[in-house]
Ligand binder design. Structure first.
Ligand code: 13P
Length: 246
């Protein structure tokens, strides 16, 4: 059985004062029937990990592919781990767009993450133009194949399907569209990794809210969610966790 996972991506949001939300979240959900992960900006990882004290997991939002070196402003997988992170989001569409990250770069970053013992959350997803052109599965298949390292397993890698047009827009695919992509991802993973393909958690992300979480979680091959805006407020994120755990 795949353990359910709810992950929050704070993106470029959060100052020290925001850590009060973490306390509220943990207090409201001391023992959820699922894994909970929060990925704050790098500046807050250490403080959040100290507060979480293992009750929820803490992750980064990106790492460099190199172990160390002359890369001003970048953060290595070892640094994330040292700060208290156990996971890292890689290949988010905002990084693919803002920083021109390619599938090959995402794969190299994922290899760096795995070699440091971090769990990699690799993001894939089509743009609206790609969906309109009927290219959704082709795009996602290519992203998955080229961004996922050969060393990936269900234990060290999570795949997040985030349609670009659903991120921060309040729009979501139909449940049939989510199921189509998640079933496709499962089949692709099985084709490449054999029986291990069944062990990867597949998260849906893009405008997940307390009001739509339950039906999304009941969809085929959805093992949890990657939540942006709604992860910034303990009440909303807690309600999403409750929808999965309950
Ligand atoms: P929203 O939940 O704000 O749509 O963001 C989704 C996302 O990009 C999470 O990584």
């Amino acid at each position: 059985m795949r353990r359910k996972l709810v992950a929050g991506n704070w993106k470029m949001n959060g100052l020290t004062a925001s850590l009060a939300e973490v306390e509220a979240l943990i207090a409201a959900h001391p023992a959820p029937g699922c894994e909970v992960l929060l990925c704050p900006p790098a500046t807050l990882i250490s403080a959040m990990a100290a507060r979480a004290a293992g009750r929820i997991a803490v992750g980064g939002q990106d790492c460099h592919m190199a172990a160390a070196g002359a890369h001003t402003g970048d953060i290595s997988a070892a640094m994330l781990r040292d700060a208290g992170a156990s996971h890292v989001i890689l290949g988010h569409s905002e990084r693919r767009a803002d920083h021109a990250e390619t599938n090959a770069m995402v794969r190299a970053k994922a290899e760096a993450a795995l070699s440091e013992g971090l769990v990699a959350l690799i993001c894939v997803g089509e743009t609206e133009a790609e969906r309109d052109a009927g290219e959704t599965l082709a795009v996602i298949g290519r992203q998955l194949a080229e961004s996922t390292p050969d060393a990936a397993t269900g234990a060290n890698t999570v795949i997040a399907y985030e349609p670009v047009w659903a991120i921060g827009t309040g729009r979501t695919p139909t449940l049939e569209q989510i199921a189509e992509v998640h079933d496709f991802l499962r089949a692709e993973l099985a084709a490449r990794f054999g029986a291990e393909g069944a062990a990867f958690r597949l998260l849906y992300g893009g405008s997940v809210k307390p009001g739509n979480a339950k039906e999304i979680f009941a969809t085929s091959n959805v093992d949890g969610a990657l939540v942006g805006g709604a992860s910034l407020k303990a009440a909303d994120f807690g309600a999403i966790i409750a929808a999965l755990a309950g």
